[in-house]
Every structure is written in C-alpha cells, then in structure tokens.
Design a binder for this molecule. Sequence first.
Ligand code: SER
Length: 339
Amino acid sequence: MRKPVVLITGAGGEIGHGLIAHLARAGTQPVITLDVNPLEPALARMVQREFTGSITDKSLLERVLSEFEVETVYHLAALLSTRSEFTPTTAHQVNVDGTLNLLEFSQREAESHGRPVTFMYPSSIAAYGLPDLETKRRVGPVKEDDYNTPSTMYGCNKLYCEQLGRYYARFYKQLAAQPQSGRVDFRCVRFPGLISALTVPSGGTSDYAPEMIHAAAKGEPYACFVRPDTRIPFMAMPDGVEALLALSAAPKAALTRTAYNLAAFNPSAGEIRQEVVRAFPDADISWHTDTKRQGIVDSWPEDVDDSAARRDWGFAPRFDFVKAFRDYLIPTIGSRYAK
Ligand code: SER
C-alpha cells in the first residue's frame, strides 16, 4: 500500500527549514522531501523519506508517485531572481518546466488516489514590474492584478506558473469528455522578501535585508547593494510558514482567487540599517549601490494590498517590523552564531 504523505520540494531551502520543523511538530502527516542537495542531518531526521534529485527529473517523480499517495505538495524549489538573471534558460527549466512537472505529477496523484491534491506554491513580489520609481512611490500598495509586467526572468517564471496552476485548478483539459480540472487544488501566495533568523538566502535580490542582519550578528562588515531609500515589503519567516499552512488549511469555498498578496512590513534599507545598529551597536554597514540589482528592486512595489488574503482565509501576520527584530530575529539569531 502506498502511504499518504506531504511532499516538499526544495526542502533544504529557507522556507523548507521552517516548514519541515512545523509539520514534524504537528505530526499529522508524514513528510517526504525532494531537493537537489541532501538535507542537513537535523532536517533529515524529521522526514520520513528524502529523495535527492531534481524536479526536472521525471523518472524520479515517477518513483515518488509509485511509492507514495501525495495529498499535499509544497513546491518550494526555485532559482531566485539574481541567480536567474545569470542563467535565464536554466531558471526557466527549473522554475517553469520543474513546476509543470510537479503540477502534472499532482494531477496523476489525484487521479490515482481519487482525492484532490493541495498544491501550495510560493510566488513573489517579483511577479510585479513597476515602470519607474515615480510610479512606484505614487501607487503605494498594489493589488494582485495590477502591474503584472515583471522585468526579471524569475518574475516572469513565477507569474506564468501562477497562471499554470490556475489552469490546472480550473480549466485542465477543458475539451475532454469527462471534466479533469480541480484535481489539483492550486493555492499560491506572493511572498515579500523573507527574513529568517536561522538561514541566509542565496541568489535573491531582496537578500540585502537578511544579509545585513546576519553580517551584523556575526560581527562582519556589510556593504549594502541598494540605496538607503529603497523600500519593498518584507516578512519574518515564521509568518511566511504560518501563511502557507493557513492557506493550505482554508476551506476551498472561501477562496476567491488562486494567488494572494501577503504584507507584513515594508521598511526602507536605511530603516533596516537603523534597527540592526540598535540591536548590534558595533555593526559596520556601508552603502555600495549595485545599479543593476537596484533596478530590479526598484521595479518591485513598495507595498502590496493583501486584503483578499485577510478576508478569504484570515491572514494576519504576527510580526511587524519592530516585533520581528525584538521577538524573533534578535533572540534567535544570536544562537545561530554562538560558538
Ligand atoms: N526573495 C526573492 C528574490 O529576491 C523575491 O521573491 O529573488
């Protein structure tokens, strides 16, 4: 007999860390993982089965299908925005072809065990593209369907995969004799920049905030690659994990969309520096603008309108900017570097 499980792709990444710990603690369903790299031993101990390989490997997905009844997928594997600009075709293979593989995998799982598969997908503020700084400042919080003109490969990939997911959920093979859609219950959040106390991101463009904080905690100097006035939305990682869990548990009838904005706080880079220096008075943080990466961050909104998430499934982040530092980052990050 195949066993009912939750599948997490990209499980060794930043979101995976928090999510695995949470699901393991809850203990409601065993977790299996798929990641290109082996999991850290502490994470590996919390999962029932670890597959090491790529989401582009269809035969590996076949193996998972043959052994497990996957009821929920958290599809976290992706190449982030900065990295994707250096290797756009690889980004497309991983971010788009990989997601298509997972959607098709989920459709087949649902067909074989007879229940819908909940497909959780983290999209991003990178799905937006504001034409210039003047517009960005003028429009303030953007709604999901506005400014969907991303300027990065990663943003294009995320926006398209949001649409692919919506297609699988609502229109899949709409001309077939028997209805086939709805077997993949696709649910997506557009994350702001995520800040974790436990891990540092790699290959993103919102990385200046977590990098600044972690450098200060380690006592290392940091040159921030965006201007002090740069403003985009951020969120503390525990709220990001909670949001995924809350949306996955929401009654389907309550959901009016397949992709939801999430907002928590949106400090400027200068305000982040101030808060870091308050916590680590010896922090050595300077400014060294990388105009190209700055251009990417300038195309992302300074705030997002998350009223649909709040209304439909009760999204309510616990951490604002001050609380994120006071109650999460500072108490947790110290132990990360304590020797
Ligand atoms: N954190 C991501 C990045 O910088 C945005 O979703 O690429």
